[in-house]
Design a protein. Structure first.
Length: 714
């Protein structure tokens, strides 16, 4: 993985990116690999949460009855004006600021205007001139919510909120009365007209009194537009920050650089405008994947929802951990956001890179990049593949093949699934490919518990599969098991069964038992549905005719249990090529130093380092080390200090190379004690090729988890 930052001004955006920061992955136990910078330390709340919600809920829900008067084009060229007061000010929020003062995401909204801060009592001026179309307390009897609204000569409506009622000039009130009497000709004011003072705000935030005006500017249809565009440029020369770029799965931030199944990408970014604590989200975010075209996630000249400040807020931001209130500002932006639905990212196995650039309104830009590895089906010849789209008889699966199923609902079936939700998705309405999958009760029903697995086991058998006489056979499939609070009585299981005639019919004592090659049990927690890739070695069945048996079970407690499979494949793979040049062990100060070099890493995901007291003794995992350039033709050098080695004790060390498909090759042993170094070249090593199901890859836990899981299967 590589991470870098760059900062440019608008004139530099066509030049090559400057490399400002390089962070490398380190060994297990290091910092989160996607971290660009430390997060800001949150200050304690300055206001009671209930009070904060009450204060801001009014602002978020206020909709004036005169918005039909706005005629300005949301994205057209227009006039610009001086700011409402002539002092050095702080910008507390912008149109794109994330706001949520409640405990859930249902109350989240885009701030939809500018919070321009200054001491209470500061004179506020309307710079555009135009018609006074409203003077109102929109949340009486509180005096915090007085508004003066002016329709400018181009048809945009300026809403000035939080004006001190005692300072609104009588002349402004008279102009509003004139407008009410004659909406065509009445109520006009000249540019630079004084409209009142900033009211005293009752809340402090990040150690500052939050005195401000909230200025909305609205275009035709009541669409919110960016107030920056209507004012003279600020002296803002400091660019935004990128704190992290990383992976999302099931709308949850991942701390891994390896992923399988459905996933997304996020950028964690922030900006300051003439202030030191009031962080804002970036004005615009754009990205490019694998050197492809540059895509803009969103540019906040307007809101994605137009006249709505709530539409799309929980699609654009990942919440939690995004927060925006009087004591917390942290912004995770979903790069896959579009108003038409979520965009997809590469699903092909191997390494991918995204370059992300974030901008503030002044045009300052900062860029970063992030690389990740998609774990896909292994490369090779597909001996069997079923995406459940084909209705031909040779692709038919058989339900309850042994006549032993006892589930009363949610039976396996092939078809177009319907999505269900219970504290998150429990059955996905999307498949890994095409429109069909193998699901337990594909329909949603009127309640989330309809059509899920109930009171027993349901099973499905594949058609017969003729395997070639080669041990390098890998079963891969995408699957999920979703449930509410559960136990190990609930499970999803995949087995391989030899398809002898009697066995296929479930008859006779010679019917072989199914061999479980992968299974996942329920846990006492809420688990949402998310497609994950799973792998299993089926080389033991080389030269045989087999079928797959898929089982899902609901235990005695009648939990919500949903399961599905898609894109089932058996691949004839090639043996893992040895990519090592050397592997050494030698004593160092208070440690044993292990080092190795690779010639290439075209199929290398990483390494697991093991040790034992004797060559035939039990091996323990010492470290898991991600490859420096997975999928690359280039080689790399590695070193690790085993500080847990005891003085005078001799150890045998083994290096396990793990491929992108999950196969592995074991090298060693090499031996060392703190007092006696040894060096062994690759030509003296014995290499044994093995393959094990990689549990962490199966649950999408990332490369480190993948290596640890592989290392523990001894």
């Amino acid at each position: 993985m590589r991470l870098r930052l760059r900062r440019t001004d608008a004139s530099q955006m066509g030049q090559p990116f400057g490399l400002l920061l390089l962070l490398l992955l380190v060994l297990a136990g290091s910092a989160t690999p996607s971290a660009f910078a430390a997060p800001p330390a949150p200050l304690p709340p300055d206001v009671d949460p209930a009070e904060a919600w009450a204060l801001e809920y009014v602002e978020s829900t206020y909709r004036a009855d005169y918005l039909h008067l706005a005629t300005g084009d949301a994205l057209a060229e227009h006039a610009t004006y001086d700011w409402p007061f002539d002092i050095s000010f702080t910008l507390g929020h912008a149109i794109q600021s994330y706001q949520n003062y409640s405990s859930g995401t249902s109350e989240a909204y885009f701030h939809h205007g500018l919070d321009i801060m200054a001491p209470n009592g500061t004179d506020v001026f309307n710079r555009s001139g135009g018609q006074v179309v409203n003077v109102e307390n929109y949340r009486a009897p509180s005096d915090l919510y007085w508004e003066v609204a002016v329709k400018d000569p181009e048809g945009y409506i300026w809403q000035y909120h939080h004006i001190d009622k005692n300072t609104i000039p009588q002349a402004i009130k008279d102009k509003f009365a004139q407008y009410q009497a004659d909406p065509v000709n009445g109520g006009f004011i000249a540019p630079n007209t004084y409209i009142g003072d900033i009211v005293y705000w009752t809340v402090t935030s990040f150690g500052k009194r939050f005195n401000h005006i909230h200025l909305n500017i609205l275009a035709a249809g009541g669409a919110y537009v960016d107030g920056f565009e209507f004012h003279t440029p600020l002296a803002d020369t400091v660019g935004p920050e990128i704190l992290a770029v990383g992976l999302l799965q099931n709308n949850t931030v991942q701390t891994t650089t390896t992923i399988s199944g459905e996933y997304g990408l996020y950028v964690r970014a922030r900006d300051l405008v003439l202030d030191d604590v009031y962080y804002l989200p970036p004005h615009k975010v754009e990205f490019s994947v694998d050197g492809g075209p540059v895509t803009t996630t969103w540019e906040f000249r307007n809101l994605p929802g137009g006249a709505s400040n709530t539409d799309f807020v929980n699609d654009y931001y990942v919440a939690p951990p995004t927060c925006g209130d009087y004591s917390c500002r942290d912004f995770y932006i979903d790069l896959g956001f579009t108003t038409a639905g979520q965009r997809t990212f590469p699903t092909s196995g191997g390494s991918h890179t995204v370059d992300v650039t974030v901008y503030d309104y002044a045009g300052n830009a900062t860029a970063g990049s992030f690389s990740w590895t998609v774990v896909g089906p292994p490369s090779g010849e597909a001996i069997f593949f079923d995406d459940f789209e084909d209705a031909e008889p040779e692709h038919a699966w058989t339900r309850n093949p042994n006549g032993t199923d006892n589930a009363v609902a949610g039976l396996w079936e092939v078809g177009v699934p319907e999505g269900t939700d219970y504290n998150g998705p429990k059955q996905l309405g999307v498949t890994m490919s095409g429109v069909k999958d193998l699901a337990t009760g594909r329909l949603a029903g009127s309640a989330v518990g309809d059509h899920d697995v109930d009171n027993g086991v349901t099973s499905m058998r594949s058609p017969d599969i003729v395997l070639p006489n080669s041990p390098h056979l890998v079963l891969s499939f995408y699957a999920y098991l979703a449930h509410n609070a559960s136990s190990t009585a609930d499970y999803l299981r995949v087995s391989v069964v030899e398809s002898a005639p009697a066995a296929a019919a479930g008859l006779g004592p010679d019917a072989p038992a199914a061999t479980v090659v992968w299974e996942e049990f329920g846990t006492n927690a809420d688990r949402d549905a998310a497609w994950q890739l799973h792998l299993a070695d089926v080389g033991a069945y080389a030269g045989q005719t087999v079928h797959l048996l898929v089982e899902a079970a609901d235990g005695a407690t009648q939990n919500i249990v949903e399961a599905a499979l898609d894109d089932v494949q058996i691949t004839l793979t090639q043996p893992l090529a040895v990519a090592l040049d050397s592997f050494y062990a030698e004593p160092a100060a208070d440690a044993i130093r292990l080092s190795w070099e690779t010639l290439s890493e075209t199929d290398t995901a990483g390494f697991a380092l093991h040790r034992s007291l004797t060559e035939d003794g039990e091996r323990e995992l010492v470290a898991s080390v991600p490859a420096q350039a997975p999928g690359s033709m280039a080689g790399a050098s590695y070193a690790f200090q085993d500080a847990s080695a005891l003085p005078g004790q001799s150890y045998d060390y083994w290096l396990e190379e793990i491929s992108l498909s999950g196969a592995s090759t074991l090298h060693g042993p090499v031996s060392a004690a703190m007092a006696a170094p040894t060096a062994v070249a690759l030509s003296t090593l014995q290499a044994s090729s093995t393959f094990r199901p990689l549990l962490a890859a199966m649950c999408g836990a990332g490369l480190l988890g993948l290596l640890v899981a592989a290392g523990r299967r001894r």
